[in-house]
Ligand binder design. Structure first.
Ligand SMILES: Cc1cc2nc3c(=O)[nH]c(=O)nc-3n(C[C@H](O)[C@H](O)[C@H](O)COP(=O)(O)O)c2cc1C
Length: 357
């Protein structure tokens, strides 16, 4: 059955053995130099039964970092570390794309290289505190507004990161355009107060993301580039005046690219349904996410509303989630205390969730 969770599918150029995707999850366990550790290799290897793994948010440059111990993909050491991750997942028959996450203003200065700036579309501080090195939430850094002639340089950082991800053997990249990070800061009317061609109307506010996706597609091929969105989310101080208009404009403006997929974090919104909005304005494949159970996910596929479904929380405690779904086996609960421990050499709550049998 082609709409079955366990049936193969193709997202752009990427062939999946099943339609169950592991959602991107920041786990704050990268090693010195923001290099993936051997523990991270094991964590992803254990979860390679997913049709596709989307990695944790990974910074394309030191400027793009904002949380503690998130991995990067801008140095040779980081590429070598990710190569081990990609090889381990591929050896198990899995597929893996890297989520490119530039946090923009959602950054704590103490979490990043002291030489790295904090930049955003406009000089407006993120009002929500973010955990510092010891895990205690602190005030975010005051961002500097990017000058118009600096934007091409930021896009070039992402292109370099995508090239590195492919060089490391990953199957593609996903642009994190949700959760109040840099791309979403351009989209959202309250964080983008620019008066140049990148601010003002919806057509202008989506320009940065469209140019960025065009550049990524030109570098590694459109069939290896995914887009992650969450219309209407208020996390990290987002407050768009009209998310339905913003995202319809974005999706229509990127349709010509033929990207691999749109990965939707589907939250409730007043006045519109985000999955309907994606279905109306996006012609490519869709991955549906947020709060799904096996039964709900199967229903979404059966109704033809998505091509694949993703699970976050369930993959933390159930490394063999696909096998458990297949067998109807009980699901383990994940321990929220260890979601972000910040201890790179600590397997607790990370690689110590057992598989069945
Ligand atoms: C520990 C944790 C870390 C997360 N980190 C990211 C991230 O780096 N990038 C992202 O796009 N979403 C991130 N998310 C959101 C998940 O990808 C997903 O959208 C969310 O958990 C809802 O899906 P679920 O109900 O299946 O868990 C994170 C979620 C959790 C629980």
């Amino acid at each position: 059955m082609s709409d079955d969770l366990f049936s193969p599918c193709k997202l752009g150029d990427i062939e999946l053995a099943n339609r169950i995707v592991m959602a991107p999850m920041t786990r704050d366990r990268a090693g010195p130099g923001d290099v993936p550790t051997d523990l991270m290799v094991e964590y992803y290897r254990q979860r390679a039964g997913a049709g596709l793994i989307v990695t944790e948010g990974t910074q394309p440059s030191p400027t793009g970092k904002g949380y503690w111990r998130t991995p990067g993909i801008h140095s040779a050491e980081q590429v070598a570390g990710w190569r081990k991750v990609a090889d381990a997942v591929h050896a198990e028959g899995g597929r893996i794309v890297m989520q490119l996450m530039h946090v923009g203003r959602a950054a704590v200065a103490a979490n990043k290289d002291p030489a790295a700036e904090t930049v955003a579309p406009s000089a407006i501080r993120c009002p929500d505190p973010i955990p510092g090195p010891d895990g205690v939430p602190v005030e975010t850094a005051m961002p500097r507004a990017l000058a118009t002639d600096e934007i091409a340089g930021v896009i070039a950082e992402f292109v370099h990161a995508a090239r590195n991800a492919r060089a490391a053997g990953l199957d593609g990249v996903e642009l994190h355009c949700a959760s109040g990070y840099l791309p979403m800061q351009f989209l959202s009317s309250n964080t983008n107060q620019r008066t140049d061609g990148y601010g003002g109307t919806a057509a202008n506010r989506v320009r940065f993301v469209v140019e960025l996706l065009e550049a990524l597609a030109a570098e590694i091929g459109p069939g290896r580039v995914g887009l992650r969105i969450c219309p209407g989310v208020r996390f990290n101080g987002m407050d768009d005046a009209d998310p339905a208009e913003t995202y319809a404009t974005l999706l229509q403006a990127t349709g010509h690219l033929g990207l691999a997929y749109c990965h939707l974090i589907h939250i409730p919104n007043d006045g519109f349904d985000a999955l309907d909005l994606v279905r109306t304005n996006w012609t490519g494949a869709v991955i549906e996410n947020c709060g799904l159970t096996q039964e709900k996910a199967q229903g979404v596929l059966a109704q033809g509303k998505a091509d694949a479904v993703s699970f976050g929380y369930l993959f933390i405690g159930n490394p063999d989630l696909v096998e458990r779904f297949r067998q109807g086996a009980p699901l383990a609960k994940a321990d929220r205390e260890t979601f972000y421990t910040g201890h790179g050499d600590d397997a607790r709550g990370y690689t110590d969730y057992p598989a069945l049998g």
